[in-house]
Design a protein around this ligand. Structure first.
Ligand SMILES: C[S@@+](CC[C@H](N)C(=O)[O-])C[C@H]1O[C@@H](n2cnc3c(N)ncnc32)[C@H](O)[C@@H]1O
Length: 285
């Protein structure tokens, strides 16, 4: 696996990501499994995890200190973080690579989304800097290209955010997903819609059936059904995604058909429930 130490040599033409953290061990297992693990076994995708503490000074390698102005918690000192970023970059450049794009994970950053994942996946190299404690000394941001947030909540550290970003970005690299279309057709992809509902075997699960159209073998009808379902799901769950949606007459028809199908199904289920209610109550013995 190339996802641990920065000890390597030679130019790298694919995608490389450097994660700067006080807890390198956080990344060991997640970077070894499944699609991410397989991607990191390839030559063109590399993740290196660097310990910020290695760049702290003194016998105790202190990386945090009290906040000026008082207040709870500790603040990450700027020197170890910036020195760590610079050491990584020096190494990249010496190997003939490019300076990585520097991203700090902070709750105050721009929300990370699929468009950001697409954009970052096209870069040759990336640095993700993970904060801890009460966050970074603000002067670290002078050395950062952008701040990204995972959402409107506070994590104990930037590591889960970095891991999430790594996953979302690496799966978009060419050849990482088995089927090249899998990332095109899905939620937040080119269609601008949430993905349609998916089914697999068995045909019937506790009374819930796979929609017959998906078993029809008629690819044209399946594609239309899926489009209608994706439209319905997006209208119902994330209408704000459709603000600038280029509605076509065909899409409106497919949405209407999906709405009617849903109403019919709900009606059918109500009748089923109703008939259950009418079942004679068994007498207690
Ligand atoms: C406890 S948090 C610091 C929160 C900070 N005091 C605040 O209120 O904004 C410690 C670190 O976790 C990371 N973190 C927390 N929430 C995050 C989020 N929503 N997105 C990205 N990183 C986050 C950042 O790296 C941050 O420096």
């Amino acid at each position: 696996m190339n996802a641990s130490s920065p000890e390597h040599s030679g130019e790298h033409t694919g995608f490389e990501c450097h994660v700067l953290t006080l807890f390198p061990e956080f990344f060991t297992s997640p970077l070894e499994v499944s699609i991410l693990g397989r991607a990191l076994n390839r030559d063109d995708v590399r993740v290196e995890v660097h310990n910020i503490r290695d760049h702290a000074e003194g016998r105790h390698k202190i990386t945090d200190d009290n906040p000026y102005g008082g207040g709870a918690g500790m603040v990450m000192k700027p020197e170890p973080v910036v020195r760590c970023m610079e050491a990584v970059e020096q190494d990249c450049v010496q190997r003939g690579g490019t300076k990585p794009h520097r991203v700090a994970l902070t709750p105050a950053g721009a929300p990370f989304n699929q468009a950001a994942a697409e954009r970052l996946s096209k870069l040759p190299s990336l640095t993700l800097v993970c904060g801890r404690y009460e966050g970074f000394d603000e002067r670290v941001m002078d050395y950062i290209d952008e701040e990204l947030s995972l959402g409107d909540f506070v994590l104990t550290g930037g590591e889960p955010a970095a891991l999430t970003i790594l996953d979302a970005v690496i799966r978009l690299r060419p050849g990482v997903l088995g089927n090249a279309m899998s990332s095109v057709d899905e939620s937040f992809g080119e269609s601008g819609l949430l993905e349609y509902p998916q089914y697999t075997r068995p045909v019937s699960f506790r009374g819930a059936e796979v929609p017959p159209i998906l078993r029809s073998g008629d690819h044209g009808r399946v594609a239309k059904w899926r489009r209608g379902q994706a439209l319905l799901r997006t209208v119902q769950r994330r209408p704000e995604l459709l603000e600038d949606f280029p509605w076509s007459p065909q899409d409106r028809k497919l949405l209407q058909a999906a709405q009617q199908e849903q109403q019919a199904l709900n009606c059918h289920q109500e009748i089923d429930l109703g008939s259950n209610d009418e079942r004679p109550v068994e007498e207690e013995s």
